[in-house]
Design a protein around this ligand. Sequence first.
Ligand code: PHE
Length: 354
Amino acid sequence: MEEKIKSLEKAFEEDCQKAATPKEFEFLRIKYLGRSSRLSQFFSQLPNLIPQERGIWGKRLNCLKQKMTALLANEARGPLKDEENFDLTFPSSPFQLGSRHILTTVNQKICSIFENLGFAVAEGGEIEDEWHNFTALNIPLEHPSRDVFDTFYLDIKEKNNGKYLLRSHTSPSQTRIMKIGKPPLAVISPGRVYRPDEVDATHSFMFHQIEGFAVGEDLNFAHLKGVLLHFAHKFFTPEITLRFRPHFFPFTEPSAEVDISCFVCRRKKEKGASRDTLHASRKCSVCKGKGWLEVLGCGMIHPQVLDNCEIDSKKYKGFAFGMGVERIAMLKYGIGDIRLFYENDVRFLEQFSI
Ligand code: PHE
């Protein structure tokens, strides 16, 4: 046995001396350490030996294997041929550091404001069923948003909860979380939503929303107002005031659309302007002279929605709001075209890199 091992060791050493390139060493690795190598044949003979001998020869073979492995691993790295020409002081080739996308930054900023108020963050899935996206939210069958022109339905076999679709808003997160969670709840849910809209400067078939809602025993509209005012002060500037315009959403009652006072012209009265023109300039390019900027939809969660999610609407009340991340980012940074977010043009993106 010892003779056989010695001859293998010798053959290995001779072959190593002849080999020069990493490729040749790789060939030797397969020849001497591979599955059908002589070494592995020796290993496979070990069980035939008596126990005392098995230990001795096992050790001997393992020693050889280690020696071969170490030598080949060293050589496979290849010799540093140009060692003498290697200049450690030579400047490295320039490379650009990446940074977060503006939408990610805005999304995180918004979420962290609500997290500081005690809201938990929960992301929902982008594929929803009709029950969570519409029915549970009190959106009736004849509602236009259920139309094939307004929703991407998927070609997947439907189950008990109706057809599958790409969620058209983040509000199904409300229904999913309320079904599994017990009040008190305070949750925000960011994510992508999809609507088959014609793409233009203010529309995209995919965009981002942040849903927020809270459910508790004594919540009322004042809590909703307080939370949203705090958000607007933290995200835009502390001088901002809010305007709640009555609106309709099937899943909130009462419902409102919320405007922030224009933080560019600050609704200042133009000299000599009539009483009706409350604010500064008709020239303000951000609010177009209106003085207000629409930012989100909100309301008190409709009792039917609470009941649909098995939360007792006699005992609990809730508020909810939903905002478009692109819209908020466009307002804050004066971005005039939604398509810029998705084109991956570094000239646009690097303006917001931090
Ligand atoms: N889901 C609504 C939308 O997409 C926004 C909204 C959310 C309104 C929550 C009220 C309450 O337009």
